[in-house]
Design a protein. Structure first.
Length: 100
């Protein structure tokens, strides 16, 4: 994924990540780059103005929100249930690149 993102500046309207358990590469340490400041910046640069990054996570992560904002994203964090009205709670990070 890294190579793909690094090749494309302002090409994507959206990047959707459901990788590992969220912003901590718990299962595969290679995934840590995606959530690092460098990876977050690369994703930001790969998005068109107004483009959106959506990231599924098993739980909240305030440091990831901080990295997203530091990169320039407008960030919204949603908590959702696994199934309507029941099941585990998950976190969705919605990060929008400014349209300007």
């Amino acid at each position: 994924m890294r190579e793909l993102l690094e090749q494309h500046d302002s090409d994507y309207d959206a990047v959707l990540l459901d990788v590992d358990n969220g912003p901590e590469g718990l299962t595969h340490s290679d995934n840590n780059w995606l959530y690092s400041l460098d990876g977050t910046s690369c994703i930001y640069n790969s998005l068109t103005p107004g483009g959106m990054l959506a990231v599924w996570s098993a739980g909240p992560d305030s440091m990831y929100v901080h990295r997203l904002k530091k990169t320039g994203f407008e960030v919204e964090v949603k908590t959702v249930r696994e199934r309507p009205g029941k099941g585990a709670r998950h976190t969705i990070f919605l990060a929008k690149k400014s349209a300007a």
